[in-house]
Design a protein around this ligand. Structure first.
Ligand code: IMP
Ligand code: MG
Length: 173
């Protein structure tokens, strides 16, 4: 069955906000460099757009955590299935995530990454759904806070589809 997608955040709005985040990060890390640890696969679109808007030196690497499978509900169990390839010790590490939902993914990732002794640690997320939080996460850079809805596009998928949409939308069946 084909689903309809209702636009929640158009491309221009995402673009504008990501530019602001890039400027903020460039200001906060002036005179330093940053290491963006981008989570696969959802945060790739946001991560690339953000990186393009950061004016201090940037290193990019990728990691992947275990996901929801085909469903839309978190199990609370998080595993790193593909790790970073570069060391983060001594780096100004920023974990770049697509969306924070229950918080389990970033809660776990924060602990793992802090154990690797970066110089500093921060989290940047394109979207946040605080209503669904089950564990606390300290978020430094948030693109948009959104209500509790399952969203797709700009990297986010539903059953591996819709990642390529240039906007954030809600699937209406
Ligand atoms: P958390 O561990 O529950 O915070 O889940 C975060 C991960 O769940 C995100 O990185 C996404 O991959 C996925 N996710 C959560 N909400 C959505 C959504 O609305 N659309 C698509 N993926 C989502
Ligand atoms: Mg993700």
């Amino acid at each position: 069955m084909a689903e309809n997608i209702k636009v929640m955040l158009p491309e221009e709005e995402l673009d504008r906000r990501i530019t602001e985040l890039g400027e903020q990060i460039s200001k906060d890390y002036a005179g330093e460099s940053v290491f963006l640890a981008v989570t696969l696969r959802g945060a790739v679109f946001f991560g690339c757009e953000l990186a393009k808007r950061i004016s201090v030196p940037v290193t990019i690497d990728f990691l992947q955590t275990s996901s929801y499978g085909g469903g839309t509900v978190s199990t609370g169990e998080v595993k790193i299935v593909k790790d970073l390839e570069l060391p983060v010790e001594g780096q100004n590490l920023i974990v770049v995530e697509d969306i924070i939902d229950s918080g389990h993914t970033l809660n776990h990732l924060s602990k793992v990454m802090k154990d690797r002794h970066p110089k500093s640690f921060a989290i940047a997320t394109m979207l946040d759904k605080p209503d669904r939080r089950e564990v606390d996460v300290d978020v430094d850079y948030t693109g948009f806070t959104i209500p509790d809805a399952f969203v797709v596009g700009y990297g986010l998928d539903y059953d591996q589809r819709y990642r390529n949409l240039p906007y954030i939308g809600v699937v209406e069946s």
